[in-house]
Structure formats: C-alpha cells, structure tokens
Design a protein around this ligand. Structure first.
Ligand code: PAF
Length: 271
C-alpha cells in the first residue's frame, strides 16, 4: 500500500501546499505495468518526490465496453506504485474530477481528429481535459508520458505550450516485452492466439515499403487495421485483434530511422 493515498481534492490541495522540493508526476488510468514502472522510477530519480495519479478517466473512453473491461485494481496499483518509488498517490473519484459534469472541455483541432482521433471520437478531448485538470491540481515540475501514445504526447506537449503550463512534459521511451510487444494494460485482455499475433504489429512497422503496404500486411496477418501513418518522424499504427468476446485495440509507433535499420539489416518486406 502506498505511503500516502489521497482521495479528495481538498486534501490533495493541502498536501501540495505543504510540499517543498521538486515534484515529478505520472498520470495513469491504473492497470499499472512495467511501462508505468519506468515512468515512476524516472520521476522518482529526477525529482525530490514522485506522485502517481490513478484515475480511470471515463471521458476518454468512446466505447463503454472498453471502459468496463479496463483491467485496473486500486489495491494492486497502490502497492505497485509505492514499490516503484511513488511517495504519494492521488486517486480521486469521478465526481471530484468532473464536478462540472464535463461541461468545460479542452478542444483541439486538427490533430485530435486524425489518426486515433478519427477512430475514437471525443477521445482526445477527454484526455486533454483530464490532463489539464491534473496538471493544474498537481502542479508538477515535471510530468512523465510514454512515447507509445505518441499522438497523445504531441497533443499534451502542444496544450502545455498553448496554455502556458509551467510543468515540463517529459517523453519516455516505450517499454516492450522481450518479443517486441509494447506494454499496455490492454495486453491483459489478449487471448493466447492474440498474444502470439500481437508482436507482429511492431515487426510490421519496422518493415520497409509504404504505410499502405504495411497496413495490407497487417490485415493479411489477421489484424483489423485502423491506420498506418507516417507523422512526427515516426511510423504509427492502430489495429485490433479479436479475443473471442470482442476486440483488443493496440497502438504502437517507431522512429523512421528504425525502419531503415530493419531494411538494411534484413531486407525485410511487409508482403
Ligand atoms: O495515457 C494514459 O494513461 C491516459 O491517457 C492519461 C494520460 C493518464 C490521461 O487519462
């Protein structure tokens, strides 16, 4: 169990006001895994204090089934956050964060309507709104985000700049399993066949050829492809895998330089 667990906004404000020293912040939806561990450990190493938020933000889920099946357990997450070096955990309830009933929302365009935004209407409004609320509450010196959600990272960077947020937004590399699958809380929902297929997403991204060819290759493998696209000096993709009860949506991205490396080393071809 974490040393300090704060559920109410007033209590958090009192706690924050009494803090001295630098604060590193890792916002999460819960369902913590080794990817979060890397963020928390870095926040703890680079600051006097690391704070984690556990908040399963309903406004960023366009699919109610996805929200209902999100694998987060408060007790497990509290213990895990502490073990990684978090000094305090902010775990507010939905009413506390959305006392306004989600009346006030952060809207961005055009990036929030593209890529993942084109397939998940309203998703990035929910993300940006909750991140702005959390940054205003926590007032961190540094806030840590994973590069796996690269579009999200770009939008948060842009919002922080546009709204003169003082916190530094720190990008952290994607953590992967040994077979290359990017760690995600949603991986827990893959069945055995889906788990065996999932690393092929990262492999396909690294293949030379056009984004369209990579998308076709993924479809042939059994992925339901939302998009494969080149942006931000990266190749990004979102694709789903069936698990018998529904679909598990995976996202990933790699720097373009890694595509050339794969091409030179292996002569890989997506077809
Ligand atoms: O990346 C996530 O886990 C979430 O989108 C975030 C940034 C915690 C906002 O709810």
């Amino acid at each position: 169990m974490s040393k300090i667990v704060i559920r109410s906004i007033d209590e958090w404000r009192r706690f924050r006001a009494a803090l001295t020293g630098s604060l590193g912040f890792v916002p999460t939806l819960g369902g913590l895994h080794e990817g979060h561990a890397a963020l928390i450990q870095r926040a703890a190493a680079e600051n006097d204090l690391a704070v984690v938020s556990l908040f399963l933000n309903p406004t960023q889920f366009d699919d109610p089934g996805d929200l209902a099946s999100y694998p987060a357990s408060l007790e497990d997450d509290l213990a895990y956050a502490e073990a990684q070096g978090a000094s305090a955990v902010l775990a507010p309830d939905r009413e506390a964060i959305y006392a306004d009933g989600f009346r006030f929302q952060v809207e961005e365009s055009p990036l929030s309507r593209e890529l993942c935004g084109a397939h998940r209407p309203g998703h990035f409004s929910g993300v940006l709104t909750v991140v702005l609320k959390l940054l205003n509450l926590v007032k961190p010196d540094r806030a840590y985000f994973g590069e796996k959600d690269y579009q999200q990272l770009e939008l948060i960077r842009g919002m922080a700049e546009a709204f003169f947020i003082d916190s530094q937004i720190v990008a952290c590399p994607t953590v992967r399993d040994a077979d290359g699958l990017a760690l995600s809380s949603r991986n827990a929902r893959l069945d055995a066949a889906g788990r065996a297929l999932a690393p092929r997403l990262r492999e396909a991204l690294a293949c030379p050829g056009s984004d369209g060819q990579v998308a076709e290759a993924l479809s042939r493998l059994g992925f339901d492809v939302d998009y494969v696209a080149t942006r931000f000096g990266r190749r990004l993709a979102a694709a789903s895998i069936g698990n018998g009860q529904g679909r598990v949506r995976l996202i990933d991205n790699i720097p373009l330089a890694q595509i050339c490396a794969a091409s030179d080393a292996n002569g890989d071809n997506p077809s």
